[in-house]
Design a protein around this ligand. Sequence first.
Ligand code: PMT
Length: 409
Amino acid sequence: MDNYLQQKRILVGITGGIAAYKTIELIRLLRKQDAEVRVVLTEAAAHFVSPLTLQAISGNAVSQSLFDPQAELAMGHIELAKWADALIIAPATADFLARLNLGLASDLLTTLCLATKAPIFIAPAMNQQMYAQSVVQQHLASLRQRGINIIGPNSGEQACGDVGAGRMSEPAEIFAALSASFVTAKPLLGLKVAITAGPTQEAIDPVRYISNYSSGKMGYAIAEAFAKQGAIVTLISGPVNLTPPQDVNVIKVTTAQQMWEQSMSAAVTHQIFIGCAAVADYRVADIAPQKIKKSGDEITLKLVKNPDIIADVGHLTAQRPFTVGFAAETQDVENYAKDKLVRKRLDLICANDVSIAGQGFSSDHNALQLFWADGNVSLPLTDKQHLAEQLVNLIINLYQKTNHNDEKN
Ligand code: PMT
């Protein structure tokens, strides 16, 4: 395995959470790769892990205060901020996230975060109820927008006995994310990925249409995440109000029929096809050539079925791409999703429960349950950019295990 961390200078910040004990293992992993590690503890963190242990494991004195003349003599806080190639704060508590987001410099760690030019990584850890609070999510979204890398959190049983999202990512996961950040090569260079996004609009007459609440945010975030890793991305987009991501080829469509045509030709030239669009299942049988005038108390529109794009891609017999569908459900999410996985002949389905407020259609956030032939995983509620990054990693993992490594031009 390539060692991207050798001689990299990693500043590990620890804030006051029960997960702090896991950070000892993270430091051990970093040191094993010959990374240089310096540790900064907040006042609260010192209640959970001892500076002496951290000093022994990191091989360097631990810094705890802005106002420690001894520590400043060894390496002043500005020097420390300049020294680091990367900062990782693990665990990052709700309090720390809030202070970081506000740009406070109320202790050594927040001051370092303001004073450094190095990339900052944070691994949040807190009770699931705290993590679900909209104010915490807002801080995370705003930090992410400022370019701060957020790792996790995971879902599961918590130290307090609760179950849910908020567990700090495992040291090996944090280590992998840090290591990957030093890889300069784009791992998906040349891989061709087609993605549908947004709604379709099905005309009723020249001034009215049938559509849905899809904003395109989820599909655009997936396109961006693939493009960042070097993939060649074609985004087949219904009408949305979004700026296309950089380095993505956008094909604009309006109706399901147009989306089907573009998708079928992209499917055979791309290695991965992802159907994230909310395609109208039906269209109006006879579009009125003129505006329909108000008349009578009722009006009947005859609807006919649209083609099922993702099912047609999934059932291709030649040049079939690795096919990923979405399922937007309001009930019985798992069963409906698994049914679509089989019926539409997909390699992976990403199910979202769109009945829950604050996620799914139009929201900046989402949570997904992923199902494939012999596995499943849940990606907890987070902003769509972060969710897309996690999803892309999983898709690539599954794709590499299949025989889809065919050449496509
Ligand atoms: O766009 P956002 O506001 O960010 O919201 C994201 C989202 C909720 C739209 C997205 O996460 C999502 O769930 N997309 C799929 C929505 C949907 O139409 O789900 P479905 O369960 O009705 O369809 C299942 C699958 O079949 C989907 O992959 C869909 O793209 C595809 N389909 C459906 C009908 C059709 N005629 N052709 C299709 O290809």
